[in-house]
Design a protein around this ligand. Sequence first.
Ligand SMILES: [Cu+2]
Length: 284
Amino acid sequence: MTITLIPDQPESPTNRPPSMHRLRTWLRRPYARHILIWTVVIGFLLLPLAWLMLAAMNQTGAPASEIMKDIEQTVFVFTIVSIPITAFVFAVLLYSLVGWKQVSGDEPPMQDSPAIRTNRIGVILWTFVSSALAFFLVVWGLIELAQITANSYGTISADQQPGDNNSVIVNVTGQQWVWTFAYPQHDGIVSNVLYLPIDKPVYFNVTSKDVIHSFWLVELGVKIDANPGAITQTGVTPNKEGVFNLRCAELCGMHHAYMETEIRVVSQEVFDAWTREMGGMRTS
Ligand SMILES: [Cu+2]
């Protein structure tokens, strides 16, 4: 029995050329160059996404608080940081869809140069780059989370909230399918529209009468569960006057989609006038 040696031996651990040489050979392949060019092109095409997202979020008047500003900044940075990897994945996808078609017929394609998956430099490079990007996102996320928690006054229980004139306490109750806001510092007036004075810390004590709801101040970047039998705390300092949206963000039954109302962020004078006016129609 004779053994015929095929001239183009497939690469194996014993005849593998050095990593750098194989990387250069791989980069010389026309498709490798195409994928890299497409990565750059798609990357630039995806860039406007970051601004588009902000425009969509700001349509109804956001950011109306520091918290929302932090959230928007995070969305923006995360979009930018994920663009290189997204662009590369799309470039490979595009090549697989369009470029790969050129290999046709029954013959399997020849191995035209060394495989990239076993290339030490290549493996180290992409592991390092994707890990560095992921690490940056984790660190950014943790810092922003701490910032947002500080701006929403963490979870300060009702008996520890400053009951002075420099802040507003609002007791929020969700029920199928309305929101009710009680102002204990202002003779317990009750409203179905959330009035807030500008530039003053607001503390919310949130609860529910029936099922789980979610108290979402859209343009102010606040969202917390409203649970029956429990009180959840959060807060915000509105820094923009205007009319904003308050929605329920937890599927809570048939009319969940209509469980929304207005947030009116007004000047201190308007707020005081409103509380005086509402004082006359006290329900508590
Ligand atoms: Cu609800």
